[in-house]
Ligand binder design. Structure first.
Ligand SMILES: C[S@@+](CC[C@H](N)C(=O)[O-])C[C@H]1O[C@@H](n2cnc3c(N)ncnc32)[C@H](O)[C@@H]1O
Length: 206
């Protein structure tokens, strides 16, 4: 796997954005021992495993309207989206949904300290009023069938969902097609061999 520096160069991140990403990385390392935002093992590879992995999700679409990230946890990809949008898509409205109160407090603090705007909804995805998202993302949250249920509630009919998935993405698509109609374009991950970002449109019940 290539290093984070080379990947960030390839992903074309400005100096201002890089400085915000560094602020975020420091804050996450500070809070992690208390609330376990990412696993201790993956903290060693924070840049490639989490930050660059989230930057590449942002690069999969033209960011516009409202971007909603579900189950944001330690801010992946939601806070990274807000950081990139601050320079590259200042009109983008970013909303994070996270039911864990302590993680929500971290997300609010992170956005404030990085100087970026985003709304944090501290509630369950199933309870939050429908968001009408133009772009909907979720990483490491649920299987595709469950994610499409969330998309039915929160994604505009013309919107795009971005779901990073591991090696079993093909099988998940096959299973989800039993209940849902959708188009799925797999975009190869730059950080994980065999992983993809599923770019999903046209979600409706089958
Ligand atoms: C495995 S973590 C992944 C976090 C982050 N997306 C990442 O990739 O590092 C899943 C997160 O989703 C949150 N979550 C799980 N089910 C949820 C629900 N129904 N509503 C809101 N948040 C939920 C959990 O609290 C947790 O922070």
């Amino acid at each position: 796997m290539r290093g984070a520096g080379a990947l960030l160069e390839e992903l074309n991140v400005s100096r201002e954005t890089l400085s915000r990403l560094e602020t975020f990385a420091e804050l996450l390392k500070k809070w992690n021992p208390k609330i376990n935002l990412v696993s201790r093992a993956s903290l060693e590879h924070l840049w490639t495993r989490h930050i660059v992995d989230s930057v590449q999700v942002f690069r999969c679409v033209r960011p516009q309207g409202q971007w909603v990230d579900m189950g944001s946890g330690g801010g992946f990809p939601g806070v990274i989206v807000a950081i990139l949008a601050a320079e590259e898509a200042p009109e983008l409205a970013v909303t994070l949904i996270e039911s864990d109160q302590r993680k929500s407090a971290f997300l609010r603090t992170a956005a404030r300290e990085c100087g970026v705007a985003c709304k944090v909804l501290s509630d369950r995805i199933e309870s939050v009023p429908p968001q009408q998202a133009d772009i909907l993302s979720a990483r490491a949250l649920a299987d595709l069938d469950a994610l499409l249920g969330f998309a039915e509630r929160h994604l505009k009919s013309t919107g795009t969902a971005l779901f990073p998935k591991g090696i079993s993405w093909g099988k998940e698509c096959e299973q989800a097609r039993r209940r849902w109609n959708f188009s799925a374009q797999p975009i190869t991950s730059k950080t994980e061999p065999d992983a993809v970002i599923l770019k999903i449109e046209g979600v409706s019940r089958g």
